[in-house]
Design a protein around this ligand. Structure first.
Ligand SMILES: N[C@@H](CCC(=O)N[C@@H](CS)C(=O)NCC(=O)O)C(=O)O
Length: 206
């Protein structure tokens, strides 16, 4: 059985939801993050003390984008098409969430935690807002419910997880089409099961 090091509602929740979507059983290992070396067990599998870590046959796999892609390939999931342009688009949106949107939140959080100038924090949050606006614009132009069209892919799940983060205390706004996507993803049984297991409330779709 897979083991997943996670923190409630963190980016690791996307891996959790993906596993649920595939009906894969998982042992959840709740981890302390945010304070260096707060969790020796997590440190053993990831020296950077970050979640998610997926343990596969006793071997740790790091980086959410890599973990999700590995799971989709291994279990032949439509969350990540097997090849060609469809796969390129699904990867594009997964990486948009993982390497741009998530990193935007991490940058703003770094500024806040380290007492950076309020203008710098504001700029970092404006960059995040621009990414939410880009998602809304993309959905409006495509006229489709999900980032890659009519079918949910892995990027939709990670975007839905990130949308629920309130730790920056910044009033991000999401457009109607983005909210419809968040609702469609977060109300799925696989998502609801992950929310219940991690004891997280979903507020972003309201
Ligand atoms: N690039 C990494 C980022 C992981 C990451 O930043 N995870 C956050 C939770 S959403 C974390 O563990 N933060 C604690 C820390 O950085 O100390 C990935 O995608 O796996």
């Amino acid at each position: 059985m897979y083991q997943l090091y996670y923190s409630p509602g963190a980016c690791s929740m996307a891996v959790h939801v993906v596993l649920n979507e595939m009906n894969q059983p998982v042992e959840l290992i709740k981890s302390a993050i945010g304070v260096p070396n707060a969790d020796p067990k997590l440190h053993q599998v990831n020296p950077r003390n970050q979640v998610p870590v997926l343990v596969v046959d006793g071997k740790p796999l790091l980086e959410g984008g890599a973990i999700i892609t590995y799971l989709c390939d291994t279990h032949a999931s439509s969350l990540m098409p097997a090849s060609g342009w469809d796969r390129a688009m699904a990867l594009q949106w997964l990486m948009y969430a993982n390497a741009s949107l998530h990193v935007g939140y991490s940058k703003a959080s770094f500024v806040k935690k380290n007492g950076g100038a309020p203008e710098l924090f504001e700029k970092a949050c404006q960059q995040i807002q621009a990414m939410w606006d880009q998602i809304e614009d993309h959905l409006a132009k495509s006229g489709k419910p999900y980032l890659c069209g009519d079918t949910m892919t892995a990027g939709d799940i990670l975007v839905t997880v990130i949308a629920n983060w309130g730790f920056l205390g910044y009033p991000f706004t999401m457009g109607a089409k983005t909210k419809a996507l968040l609702k469609a993803v977060s109300t799925r049984p696989a998502y609801q099961k992950a929310l219940a297991a991690e004891q997280v409330e979903y507020k972003a779709a309201a």
